[in-house]
Design a protein around this ligand. Structure first.
Ligand SMILES: Nc1ncnc2c1ncn2[C@@H]1O[C@H](COP(=O)(O)OP(=O)(O)O)[C@@H](O)[C@H]1O
Ligand SMILES: [Mg+2]
Length: 141
């Protein structure tokens, strides 16, 4: 378990950039934390770290559910399951089809589903400590 503290959105995005160097595909990463915790803000940096997108172009896939960012070596899939409630609805997204040797899946609200609590390679938990302060914990066991 690694633990980081950030004091601005910018710092969280920079942390995401540095995390990309440690995430070799294929990887399934679950991000948990309340709305506004900073999950999408961290993913901006991860996608940028893989040269798959610039941070400004990474936006929440709350309505479209899946955004795909293709980089030279890694394809980043940013998934938001906030609006998905049942395993049946989850199946319709066919997330398994996205998993291959070039893919890193970053799943916001993935912890809602038992299968991702079991299958994830990495779990990132973000806690809001104050307006601009966040604790970011990364578990890889
Ligand atoms: N240290 C910080 N880390 C991340 N976001 C922060 C931080 N401080 C303030 N914020 C703000 O909190 C919000 C986080 O939103 P977002 O990343 O969309 O959260 P989530 O995806 O978890 O719902 C943004 O408005 C961001 O500017
Ligand atoms: Mg989000």
């Amino acid at each position: 378990m690694k633990e980081f503290f950030t004091h601005s959105a910018e710092e969280t995005t920079e942390l995401g950039r540095s995390l990309a160097a440690e995430l070799r595909p294929p990887r399934l990463v679950v991000l948990s934390g309340d709305l506004g915790a900073g999950k999408t803000t961290l993913i901006k940096g991860i996608a940028e770290g893989f040269q798959a997108a610039s941070r400004e172009n990474v936006t929440s896939p709350t309505f479209t559910l899946i955004h795909e960012y293709r980089g030279p070596e890694v394809n980043v899939y940013h998934i938001d399951l906030y609006r998905i409630d049942t395993p049946r609805e989850l199946d319709t997204l066919a997330l398994d089809d996205l998993i291959d040797e070039k893919s890193v899946l970053l799943i916001e609200w993935g912890e809602k589903f038992e299968r991702f609590r079991c299958d994830r390679d990495v779990e990132i938990t973000i806690d809001r400590l104050g307006e601009n302060d966040r604790r970011i914990r990364i578990a890889t066991d």
